[in-house]
Write a protein that binds this ligand. Sequence first.
Ligand code: C2E
Ligand code: CA
Ligand code: CA
Ligand code: CA
Length: 279
Amino acid sequence: AKQNGSSQYRFYDAQRDQSSIEQITLENDLEGSIARQEMQLYYQPKMDMRTGEMIGVEALLRWNHPQLGMVSPARFIPVAEKSGYIVPLELWVLRTAMSQVKQWETEGLSVVPVAVNISQVHLMKPTIFESIMDTITELQFDTDLLELEITESAMMYNEEHVIHILNDLRKAGIAVSMDDFGTGYSSLSYLQSLPIECLKIDRSFINKLTTDKDSRAIAEMIISMARQLNLSIVAEGVETEDQVGLLKEMNCFNAQGYFYSKPMPPEELAQQFAPPSRA
Ligand code: C2E
Ligand code: CA
Ligand code: CA
Ligand code: CA
């Protein structure tokens, strides 16, 4: 009967209600979250697996929602992309990450470059280059200490526009990495035409590196291709010693992952830097 569904039906419906309420809450509350100081950056080290040295950090957004608690960026980034809030949000990320590096410098720490993620929606904005440069100028930031990460799929979206922006960024001395590499379908010729410095091998391949022959073959292929194209390479989501061993055998020496460190708040990360050198 219509007005009297099975308990299974009601259970399903209740769940869906719950998640759509949450979805609407996210949509309503995102705007203004920066001003309410609910956004935070965590930082995850990128490591040289041979020396154990930290060679860079990636800035990752965290939203501390007053009712929902910590909301994963995987959940709110799509919402921000849909509403357009992603643009002020990522400009806030850029500014905050660069200010943080400057502060570490002031504290005398030997800092490493910070990488910031740029979404496809933001990348397509005609003003993106200008707003990045404005922030850099305002903070008097050394562009050698800034990197941008753009996913392979975002780079596939409008190739002409992407090449144009990436050329501008390169001229300004800002390095770009292709994120989540291996999940899109970029052609070798497109890769060759892109002014980027680094490929980040997607976590899904690293995950299965020691258990799945295909993932291993793909990782191997990406690593040798990167070498041919003169690109550096970072393995994402490295969690075990076995993965570290195998990657080194495959001549991949840079990694990011829980094996080394989870993303952490800036106070905690500061302790990972080499102590200031004393004269
Ligand atoms: P991503 O750019 O691929 O960032 C790496 C994600 O993998 C992070 O998740 C990180 O915590 C996680 N991770 C690192 N090592 C490991 C590991 O060993 N094992 C596992 N299972 N996970 C690991 P997080 O911080 O939840 O971010 C998820 C995604 O949200 C990011 O993926 C990125 O796509 C997006 N994101 C975060 N901040 C921003 C931002 O400012 N702008 C944009 N557009 N996207 C962002
Ligand atoms: Ca990234
Ligand atoms: Ca540079
Ligand atoms: Ca990634």
